[in-house]
Ligand binder design. Structure first.
Ligand SMILES: Nc1ncnc2c1ncn2[C@@H]1O[C@H](COP(=O)(O)OP(=O)(O)OP(=O)(O)O)[C@@H](O)[C@H]1O
Length: 123
């Protein structure tokens, strides 16, 4: 374990493995990734400004990072609580709520940035 770590002092390889594991095991993670690709392609298509890119990237990064943390919390909860437990329920529900809050913020950012551009094109 220690030898492997010394070959990757920053831990980038382990982090990328973590992203791949989350993508393989978490359906929501794959949905977030697809949405991220669609939003980035839309940003290129609509020539959004640097400031708009900053908000889009912040929103995407926030949702993806929280989804990863939520996945860890789910794994830990499943290990700690093998049976039905109210605390396990609360932990998972609140953790999922954190992702939901970030996703709602991201959706609002998306609507503010892209809706006027879509309306302009449709008119
Ligand atoms: N050990 C438990 N005790 C009580 N309630 C639980 C327990 N595990 C899960 N739950 C409830 O079931 C819901 C769904 O949990 P489940 O484990 O099926 O999915 P998840 O791991 O939260 O999410 P995902 O579908 O992304 O893996 C949780 O949000 C929680 O309300």
């Amino acid at each position: 374990m220690k030898n492997k770590r010394s070959k990757d002092p920053i831990g980038l390889g382990f982090a990328l493995t973590g992203v791949m594991t989350a993508l393989k095991t978490e359906f929501n993670m794959r949905i977030h990734l697809i949405i991220m690709i669609v939003v980035i392609l839309s940003g290129i298509l609509f020539h959004i400004s640097v400031l708009e890119w900053l908000f889009v990237m912040l929103a995407i990064g926030f949702v993806l990072a929280l989804e990863l943390v939520n996945t860890v919390i789910e794994l830990l909860t499943d290990e700690l609580f093998k049976e039905e437990h109210e605390t396990a329920k609360n932990i998972k529900d609140i953790s999922a709520a954190a992702v939901l809050v970030a996703a709602i913020f991201a959706a609002i950012v998306g609507v503010i940035i892209f809706l006027p551009k879509v309306i302009y094109i449709l008119n």
